[in-house]
Design a protein around this ligand. Structure first.
Ligand code: G4P
Length: 287
């Protein structure tokens, strides 16, 4: 797997985020509901040390609800405040301000003891590229908010958006890159469309998807394509191509075209709402 990002671009984005994090009270971190671990950059724990945290599981409309609920429990057990949302429709997003307030309770109490009142909480959204940060921020802003403007001395050059009487949001989200710790992480990111399609071959992605669906969502391929799956993922891809009449000249299965089609059908939910990874079982030692 050849995964090359743009190091200069990444370094700048990371530096900017490090600077911005100093200004805020709470990090609102977005992950993709279909792959809530692979789409999460573990570096954020170090970068956000000492800050309140809200984990937003985005794209809940695309994932398997039962699995998403297990992920929410998993992250809650790790100490996160967790909210599942669909930023595209806006479902769940209006709960954010209440949850930010709740996650910052300690800070609000501390301020109050020091005689500080009415100081707005400052929040920032972070996440990997394409996870839905802009869509989420736009939903969050809605119609009723306005830019607060620059606050000289403290937030020079930054725009803060007033989310409520008590919460200001930094208008630019922090970008973190996913970590390709193992092959499966890169594969899930590729299959879900979170990273560029140039990085991995579509046939590799399709074969991975077929293997995964057979073990984690048995019956899905049979139902969609009317095939009988075998123990061989490539043979299954061929059977799907033949069933779909996805043929090359001469009548043979067009494997490349079918691979791209299968990945596309997964991404557009034609195969249903499927989660690409399951949370570690409690006590399994994988945590
Ligand atoms: P980013 O800022 O983190 O890079 O991500 P961005 O908001 O640009 O979102 C990337 C894509 O994900 C967009 O689709 C957006 O509509 C979609 N998206 C974001 N949140 C959700 C969600 O909760 N559910 C669903 N189903 N989709 C979501 P796009 O194809 O790039 O644009 P468009 O076709 O929506 O215009």
């Amino acid at each position: 797997m050849n995964i090359e990002w743009y190091p200069g671009h990444m370094t700048r984005a990371r530096r900017m985020m490090q600077e911005n994090i100093k200004l805020i009270d709470i990090v609102i971190e977005l992950v993709d509901a279909r792959l809530p671990l692979s789409s999460k950059n573990p570096d954020i724990d170090k970068l956000a040390a000492g800050k309140a945290r809200l984990l937003v599981i985005n794209r809940k409309d695309m994932a398997d609800d039962a699995v998403t609920n297990r992920w929410a429990d998993y992250y809650r057990s790790k100490g996160f405040s967790v909210l599942c949302v669909d930023s595209k429709s806006g479902a769940g997003v209006r709960k954010v301000t209440g949850m930010v307030q709740e996650a910052c309770r300690e800070k609000i109490e501390r301020d109050r003891r020091r005689g500080i009142r009415n100081r707005p909480l400052r929040a920032m959204v972070v996440g990997i590229p394409n996870v839905g940060k802009s869509t989420f921020i736009n939903r969050l802003i809605g119609k009723n908010s306005a830019a607060v403007g620059n606050k000289p001395g403290v937030t020079r050059g930054k725009q803060w958006i007033k989310l409520s009487k008590t919460i200001d949001l930094l208008d630019t989200p922090g970008i973190l890159w996913p970590k390709f710790e193992d092959q499966a992480v890169g594969m899930r990111l590729a299959v879900s469309g979170s990273i560029s399609d140039d990085i991995l071959d579509k046939t590799e992605m399709a074969l991975y998807l077929i293997g995964y669906l057979k073990s984690s969502y048995p019956g899905v391929l049979e139902q969609r394509y009317g095939i009988t799956v075998s123990g061989n993922d490539a043979a299954d891809l061929e059977a799907i191509a033949l069933a779909r009449k996805c043929l090359a000249a001469g009548g043979a299965a067009d494997m490349d075209r079918m691979a791209a089609l299968l990945v596309d059908e997964f991404r557009t939910l034609k195969l249903g709402r499927i989660s690409l990874e399951m949370p570690p079982e409690a006590g399994s030692g994988d945590e």
